[in-house]
Design a protein. Structure first.
Length: 880
C-alpha cells in the first residue's frame, strides 16, 4: 500500500527532474574515457529516486532504481566501463521508470521482471533489492551516506524555501485570465473617459498610472507562464540516438537557443509537431553514410535545431545537410494525385511546389515503414502550428539539405495589434507581421500600383508586392464617397488599379478629399511580403485574444475575436489565412527564397537608407531617418493647446510638447492653418518632443549622397536630390537643442582629459557624416575610414584612444577588423565599439564574441556618447 499519498505530487515532480538528468547524462557519457564526476551525478540522481520512492513504499520503482544504482556504483569504483549496449539497457530502464512514475498510483501492478533481469545481467550478480534491515554495517553505510549528503540537501532546501514557492498551473491560468480582463477594462476606461479629461482636474496622472500598472501587471504575470524551449529540445538527443540505430545512419545533433522562452501552452503543444519534423529530417532528409561518402560529404549527417527571436515571433529552424527535396519528384506526385495539371505545374514557383507537401496524404516515398511513407504528418503539423497562431515554411537546396522553419507567437493571450477599418467595420491585425504602412495619394496610384499577370502589385522601392483589398477578401461590399454629393456609393471598380487617374495631384485632392487616400499595410510572413489595402487605420491597441465561435471557426481569414476599448467586438485577422484565401502568387522576383538571399539582399543595399519625407508650412521637403521615428500620429488642429509660448498635445494620457520646425530652421514659414496635422514622434531621445508636419509625402528607400555644403544650418545634416526635389535631412538632436538648449544640449565629454582621439570606420557616407557630427559635437577629434583595411593602415601610422566601427563593410568587415586589433599587442586595451544596423541576437553575440566592448545601434546619439565615455573611463582604470 502506498503511504503518505498527499506528498505524491511533489515526488513526481522531483523524480521527473532526476529522470531528465539521468537521460541527458547517459547520452553524454564518453564510453571510452568516462568522467567519474559525471558517473557520480548519475549515481546520485538514481539514488535520490530510490530513496524517495522507498518513503512511499513504491517497491517497483525502488527495485529498478537499485539495479541501476549498482551498475553506476561499479562504474564509479573503476570496476566497469559502460558500453553502447549498456547505455541502451540503462535507457530502457529509464523508460520503465518514466512509465512507473507517470502512473505512480498503479505502479505496483506493473511487471518489471524483464528490465530487472536485463540490468542484473549487466553486473553479473543477483543484486538484492533494498529493504528494512537491522544489519549494523548496512545501517552504518546508510548513515554515513546520509551524513555525507546532508550539507547539500540542507543548502538546497534553504534555497527552495527562501526563493521559490510552488504554484498550481490552474492558479497561474486564473491570474492570466484576470489580468487579460483587466487590460480589456483598462482600454474601455481610457476610451470612455477621453472626452472628459480636460474637464476633470487631476484625472490624467490617475489614468496614466492605471495604464502603466495594468501593463506591468499583465507582463509580470505573463512571465510566470514563460518556459524555455529546452523543455522540448532536451528530449531530442535521445530521439536522435534511437533514430540513428533504427535507420542505421550516423547522425549528429546540434541544439541552439534552448533558453529562448515561450508561453507554457505553446511549449506543450510543440512537442509532437517538432518530434515529427525531426524524425522527418532523419528519415527523409539525411542519406546513409555510404551515400554521403559517395556525394563527397562526411559520413555523419547533421541536424541542427535552433530557436531565436525575430520580429515579435520565435523562429524554430530544423536544418539538415541531407539530400534536399527533389522538386521534380514533388511536381510529378502533385500531377499524379490530381492536385495540379501537367501544364500548370511548370508555372508554379518553388515555394508553391513545396506547399504540396502539406497536403493530406501527400508523400514522395514509395516504401511504407513504421516511420514514414503514408502521407500522414506534415499536414497535421501545419494544422497544429496554425492553431497556435504560427506558420511553417520550407526551404530546400537539392543535394545540400532542407530547412523547416516554424514561426510562433510568444504568447496566445494578449497581443499588440493594429486596429484597421474597412466599410465601417473594425478589425485587429497582429503587429508581429507588420512591416510598414504605405499611403498612396490618388495622383500617385498611376505610378505605384500595376496590374501584372491578372494580379495587382505595389511598386515599393524597386520591388513588386502582391496586394489585395481587405474588403474584397472578406466578402464585404466595397463603397466610396462620391466627391460631388458626399454620398457613399457602391464601388464598381474591382481593383485598386482601376482607380488610376490622369489628373494632377492637387486637382484630385480637391475633388476626392482625404478619404480617398489608399492605405496599404505591408505584411511579412516568413520570407513572403504582401500588402492589404484598408480604408482607415486607427492606431495600435493591446487586445485580449478570444477563441473563434464555432460558426466562424472555419473562416481562414480570422484567428480569433476580441472586445475593443469602446466595447464593440472585432475580429482578429489571420495574415496567412488572408494570403491563402486571396490566392496570392509570389514569383521569384517578389520573394526572398531563403536566409542566404536575404543576407545577400541586405549586403547589396547596405548604403541605402529608409527616410520619412514630409512638409511643414512652407514648400520645402524635409527628411528624417525612419530608425529615429517611433510613430506618426494624425491630429486635429484643435488638439494642439498653447501654454505660454509653447504648444502641447495629449499623447498616451500625458502631455507632450510639439514644435514647428519652420520656427527654428532656415526654411520658409507660411501662415496657413490646416484642419489636420501630423505629429512625428521621435525615438532614441530622452523626453522627445513631437514634430508637427503639415503633410506626409512618402517613405523612400534610397542611397543618400549627402551634400553638407550647399544648404547648411543648425538642425540640418545637409541635403540631397530625390525625384528632382531637394530633400533637407533633419538633425533632430540639434533641432531640439535649438528649441530648449538647457534640456537637450550635448555636454563635452568628461571621459579622460586628452583621451579623445576617435577612429570612425563606416562605409556608408550618409551614416559616416551623421556619426562624425555626433562625435565632434561632444568634443572628440575624429579620423574616418571607409572599411576595415583602411582602418588597419591608419592604425599602423597614428595613435587613437578608441575605435568605432560598422560591422557590414566591403574589403574588410568590422568583425575581421576587431579580431586584428585584439591580436595586435600594440593596441593593448584600446576599446572598440560596434555601431551597426545588425540587431539580431546572434549578430550581437557574434560581435561581442569577436572582441567588441559594446554593440550600439546606429543613430542613437545619446547612447553612443554614453558608451564612448564609459569605454574610455574603463580603459583608464585598467591602465592605472
Amino acid at each position: 500500500m502506498i503511504e503518505n499519498v498527499e506528498f505524491i505530487p511533489s515526488f513526481i515532480e522531483e523524480a521527473t527532474g532526476h529522470i531528465n538528468n539521468l537521460e541527458a547524462g547517459l547520452l553524454n557519457v564518453d564510453t571510452e574515457n568516462p568522467d567519474i564526476e559525471a558517473i557520480n551525478d548519475l549515481f546520485r540522481s538514481v539514488h535520490s529516486i530510490k530513496g524517495t520512492a522507498g518513503f512511499f513504499n513504491l517497491n517497483n520503482i525502488v527495485n529498478v532504481s537499485h539495479c541501476m544504482e549498482s551498475v553506476f556504483d561499479e562504474c564509479r569504483n573503476g570496476n566497469r566501463k559502460l558500453t553502447d549496449n549498456d547505455v541502451d539497457n540503462l535507457l530502457a530502464a529509464i523508460d520503465c521508470l518514466k512509465e512507473l512514475i507517470a502512473d505512480v498510483m498503479n505502479s505496483e501492478e506493473y511487471d518489471t521482471s524483464h528490465i530487472l533481469n536485463t540490468i542484473k545481467a549487466m553486473t553479473g550478480k543477483d543484486t538484492e533489492p533494498p529493504g528494512l534491515t537491522t544489519d549494523d554495517s548496512s545501517e552504518m553505510e546508510c548513515d554515513n551516506e546520509a551524513e555525507a549528503e546532508a550539507p547539500i540537501l540542507k543548502k538546497s532546501s534553504s534555497i527552495a524555501v527562501e526563493d521559490s514557492v510552488r504554484v498550481g498551473v490552474s492558479l497561474l491560468n486564473s491570474l492570466l485570465n484576470l489580468a487579460s480582463e483587466m487590460v480589456l477594462s483598462r482600454n474601455q476606461l481610457l476610451r470612455n473617459l477621453e472626452p472628459y479629461r480636460r474637464n476633470i482636474t487631476g484625472i490624467d496622472p490617475i489614468l496614466q498610472s492605471i495604464d502603466l500598472i495594468t501593463t506591468q501587471l499583465q507582463e509580470t504575470i505573463m512571465q510566470t507562464r514563460m518556459q524555455p524551449v529546452a523543455n522540448v529540445f532536451n528530449k531530442f538527443p535521445r530521439i536522435i540516438r534511437d533514430l540513428s540505430k533504427k535507420l542505421d545512419k550516423e547522425i549528429e545533433l546540434c541544439i541552439e537557443g534552448a533558453d529562448v522562452e515561450m508561453d507554457k501552452t505553446i511549449i506543450e503543444s510543440l512537442a509532437d509537431p517538432l518530434t515529427h519534423l525531426v524524425r522527418n529530417s532523419a528519415d527523409h532528409g539525411l542519406e546513409s553514410s555510404s551515400e554521403r561518402l559517395s556525394a563527397g560529404k562526411p559520413p555523419a549527417g547533421q541536424i541542427n535545431i535552433k530557436a531565436y527571436h525575430e520580429g515579435g515571433y520565435v523562429n524554430i529552424d530544423i536544418i539538415d545537410d541531407g539530400r534536399g527535396i527533389d522538386i521534380e519528384k514533388v511536381k510529378q506526385k502533385a500531377v499524379d494525385k490530381g492536385l495540379v495539371t501537367n501544364d500548370d505545374v511548370n508555372n508554379y514557383s518553388e515555394r508553391e511546389i513545396l506547399q504540396f507537401l502539406f497536403k493530406p496524404g501527400f508523400s514522395t516515398k514509395t516504401d511504407i515503414t513504421d516511420m514514414s511513407g503514408r502521407g500522414v504528418g506534415l499536414d497535421v503539423v501545419k494544422t497544429n502550428i496554425e492553431k497556435l497562431g504560427g506558420s511553417i515554411e520550407l526551404f530546400t537546396n537539392p543535394g545540400n539539405g532542407t530547412t523547416i522553419r516554424l514561426l510562433l507567437p510568444l504568447t496566445l493571450a494578449i497581443i499588440p495589434s493594429l486596429i484597421v477599418e474597412v466599410e465601417n467595420q473594425k478589425f485587429a491585425l497582429p503587429q508581429a507581421n507588420l512591416q510598414e504602412i504605405v499611403r498612396i495619394k490618388p495622383g500617385d496610384v498611376y505610378r505605384r500600383i500595376e496590374y501584372i499577370h491578372n494580379s495587382e502589385v505595389l511598386r515599393l522601392r524597386g520591388r513588386l508586392l502582391p496586394i489585395v483589398h481587405l474588403a474584397s477578401v472578406l466578402g464585404l461590399k466595397r463603397t466610396y464617397i462620391d466627391p460631388a454629393s458626399g454620398e457613399r456609393k457602391e464601388e464598381r471598380r474591382k481593383t485598386l488599379y482601376d482607380q488610376r487617374r490622369k489628373y494632377d495631384d492637387d486637382n484630385i485632392s480637391r475633388r476626392t478629399g482625404y478619404s480617398n487616400i489608399i492605405r496599404i499595410i505591408v505584411l511579412k510572413i516568413g520570407s513572403r511580403r504582401f500588402g492589404i489595402a484598408v480604408d482607415v487605420i486607427h492606431g495600435s491597441e493591446e487586445i485580449l485574444v478570444k477563441a473563434l465561435p464555432k460558426y466562424v471557426s472555419e473562416c481562414k481569414c480570422y484567428s480569433g475575436v476580441t472586445i475593443m476599448g469602446d466595447g464593440k467586438i472585432a475580429m482578429i485577422l489571420d495574415p496567412e489565412g488572408i494570403e491563402q484565401k486571396a490566392g496570392l502568387r509570389f514569383t521569384e522576383e517578389t520573394e526572398d527564397k531563403n536566409e542566404n538571399n536575404i543576407e545577400h539582399l541586405y549586403e547589396s543595399m547596405r548604403e541605402q537608407q529608409n527616410l520619412l519625407i514630409f512638409r511643414v508650412s512652407g514648400e520645402e521637403y524635409l527628411g528624417i531617418d525612419l530608425s529615429l521615428v517611433s510613430r506618426v500620429e494624425e491630429i486635429k488642429a484643435e488638439d494642439i493647446e498653447r501654454v505660454g509660448d509653447k504648444e502641447y498635445i495629449h499623447f498616451r494620457n500625458s502631455s507632450m510638447r510639439v514644435i514647428r520646425p519652420e520656427n527654428f530652421l532656415p526654411i520658409n514659414s507660411v501662415d496657413n492653418k490646416p484642419n489636420k496635422y501630423y505629429v512625428i514622434i521621435p525615438k532614441l531621445i530622452k523626453n522627445p518632443m513631437g514634430i508637427i508636419a503639415h503633410k506626409i509625402e512618402d517613405t523612400i528607400h534610397t542611397s543618400v549622397s549627402l551634400d553638407q555644403e550647399t544648404i547648411t544650418g543648425k538642425g540640418l545634416f545637409g541635403s540631397f536630390i530625390y525625384d528632382k526635389k531637394i530633400i533637407l535631412i533633419l538633425n533632430i538632436y540639434e533641432l531640439f537643442e535649438l528649441v530648449d538648449p538647457l534640456k537637450y544640449a550635448v555636454k563635452a565629454s568628461k571621459a579622460v582629459k586628452g583621451k579623445n582621439r576617435v577612429l570612425l570606420v563606416e562605409d556608408t557616407p550618409f551614416f559616416l557624416k551623421i556619426e562624425n557630427d555626433y562625435l565632434t559635437s561632444a568634443g572628440y577629434k575624429v579620423t574616418t575610414a571607409c572599411n576595415g583595411k583602411e582602418a588597419v593602415n591608419i592604425l599602423n601610422n597614428e595613435e587613437f584612444d578608441i575605435v568605432i566601427s560598422d560591422i557590414s563593410m566591403p574589403v574588410m568587415d568590422g568583425i575581421e577588423l576587431v579580431k586584428r586589433i585584439r591580436l595586435d599587442k600594440r593596441y593593448g586595451s584600446m576599446p572598440v565599439i560596434a555601431l551597426t544596423s545588425l540587431t539580431r541576437e546572434d549578430q550581437i553575440k557574434a560581435g561581442l564574441d569577436a572582441g567588441f566592448d559594446f554593440y550600439e545601434v546606429k543613430l542613437d546619439k545619446n547612447s553612443l556618447l554614453e558608451k564612448v565615455e564609459l569605454a574610455l573611463k574603463k580603459r583608464e582604470r585598467v591602465n592605472q
